[in-house]
Write a protein that binds this ligand. Structure first.
Ligand SMILES: [Zn+2]
Length: 229
């Protein structure tokens, strides 16, 4: 441990935040306290340190409600995972904050997906159990960069499908108040590939006309009626 405050880099950064950054955005933060937060987006992302949601989306304070976990995985809404922060975040975001979109963001070179093939240390019991949430995305092949890439993408779609099992998510999606977006961030290219349900594929944002269309054709058909096109 550093013996002097001047040697503690993290402490210096905290001080710098208050002295240098905060004054530039003081009004924004104080408005957000006075009026409360009204983020329109729930961002479910992998914990990986190379994934920086604010950089990717150009968002600032008050814009993203974020929950991150190993692999950007979504537990099933059947209570089988006990007390779970990700489930609580989805409920709060949809029911209380009334977000308009949910993004599930995985990424290239994801250690969680790789571990689905390579296994984890015996002591990591919670991790082993947690990674079962990506099992259905795993391919019956040897681990390879290509297999991992495909599994990363398949897992994102799997989590979107699981989100649709959350009653409040399905209800708001079918009512046209909420959209689901699957993103695969390719770290080395700085490119986000968005899931296109019609094409059944991930499309680079550079050539996509949207930011993702959810696990199913969104609100095209509900009880046989066309709601929107
Ligand atoms: Zn990851």
């Amino acid at each position: 441990m550093p013996s002097r405050a001047e040697d503690d880099e993290l402490l210096l950064r905290l001080r710098r935040f208050q002295s240098d950054y905060f004054p530039l955005h003081q009004q924004r933060f104080q408005d957000l306290v006075a009026q409360g937060q009204h983020p329109k987006t729930l961002f479910i992302g992998c914990s990986d340190s190379r994934l920086v949601p604010y950089l990717l989306t150009g968002a600032g304070p008050g814009e993203l409600f974020i929950v991150r976990n190993v692999g950007a995985l979504v537990p099933p809404y059947d209570g089988s995972r006990g007390q779970h922060g990700t489930m609580a975040a989805v409920e709060y975001a949809v029911l209380a904050l009334k977000v308009e979109r949910i993004i599930v963001c995985g990424h290239s070179h994801c250690g969680a997906i790789r571990a689905c093939y390579d296994g984890v240390p015996d002591e990591a019991r919670a991790l082993k159990s947690w990674l079962e949430l990506a099992q259905d995305a795993v391919l019956p092949v040897q681990a390879s960069p290509e297999a991992c890439r495909r599994t990363e993408e398949r897992s994102i779609v799997l989590q979107l499908e699981r989100l649709m099992d959350y009653p409040m998510v399905r209800r708001e999606v079918e009512a046209g108040h909420l959209t689901l977006h699957g993103w695969h961030y390719v770290i080395e290219d700085g490119a986000v590939h968005v899931f296109d349900a019609q094409q059944g594929a991930f499309v680079p944002a550079a050539s996509s006309t949207h930011t993702g269309t959810g696990p199913y054709a969104p609100y095209v058909e509900h009880d046989g009626q066309i709601l929107t096109d």
